[in-house]
Every structure is written in C-alpha cells, then in structure tokens.
Design a protein around this ligand. Structure first.
Ligand code: ZN
Length: 146
C-alpha cells in the first residue's frame, strides 16, 4: 500500500467512509500555549493529553486538549492511555519529552498507530519551535498555529 491509500484507509476508519481528507492542520494558539505551560509544569515527568479537533473543508483544526487520569509519570506517559478507546472528536495525542529529543520512541510509534491521525511531541526547551507533529505512521507533518 502506498502512503495515500494507507491514509485513506485510516481516515475512513476514523471518520466513516466519506472522503474527509485533510491537507492542512491548524492548531489554536491557546492550545499551543497550554501545551507549553503544562510541559514545563510536568517536567521532569512527561505529560500526555488527547487532541480534540474536527476536519472541515479539508483542514484539520485542533481546538482543545482532553486530559486523562494519571497524565504524568516518569516512565512513559503514553503507556497509560494505550487501551483508551477513541472518543468522539479525539483526533490524536500530544505528549512531552523530558530532554531535547522530540522524535517518537518505539512505544510512541505503536501508540500513534492505534490512537488517531495527528500527534504532537514537545521536547525541551518547551517552546513553539520544539513542538513536532507526526502522522499515525510517525512521519513528519506540518501545521500552522492560528
Ligand atoms: Zn514519547
């Protein structure tokens, strides 16, 4: 399968069978600010939250965070939400890394593949330029802060 058909299949799974593909991702400035603030507060632990959003006019718009119980830990925050079912307007996840490496770990990649289509990792120093976005396959995505 090529990347396009993998994405189509994934989108069909998440959003039903109609073609609601997105070509752009917009993230609200206040969501970004919240991510930065919580990452700093959680340090040296990780924090994890789910991203809330909608696809409209082929734009994925991220407009909120959904917090889960036990969102910080010192041993891999994402492990705690592994079994969480996808809830309604959850489109992906965000988590912080203590350290300057914002690349997905093997556990992160597994988590990404099971939990939506758009994922953020923020590394130190926890600012707008240390937030990286990935698709379900761990490939870089670009986004705009609006
Ligand atoms: Zn991670």
């Amino acid at each position: 399968m090529n990347e396009k058909s993998k994405l189509d299949k994934l989108m069909g799974y998440i959003f039903g069978t109609d073609k609601k593909l997105f070509h752009e991702v917009h993230i609200d400035q206040e969501v970004v600010d919240e991510i930065i603030q919580i990452s700093k507060e959680a340090y040296p632990n990780e924090f994890v939250a789910m991203l809330q959003g909608k696809v409209r006019d082929q734009i994925l718009h991220i407009n909120g965070l959904i917090f889960l119980p036990g969102e910080t830990s010192n041993q891999g925050a994402v492990m705690k939400v592994f079994m969480m079912p996808l809830i309604d307007d959850t489109v992906g996840s965000v988590h912080s890394h203590p350290g300057y490496n914002a690349s997905p770990s093997d556990a992160d990649l597994y988590f990404f593949s099971k939990n939506g289509l758009f994922h953020l990792i923020i590394g130190q120093p926890y600012n707008e330029s240390s937030i990286y976005a990935y698709d379900s396959f761990g490939e870089f995505l670009s986004y705009k802060i609006i």
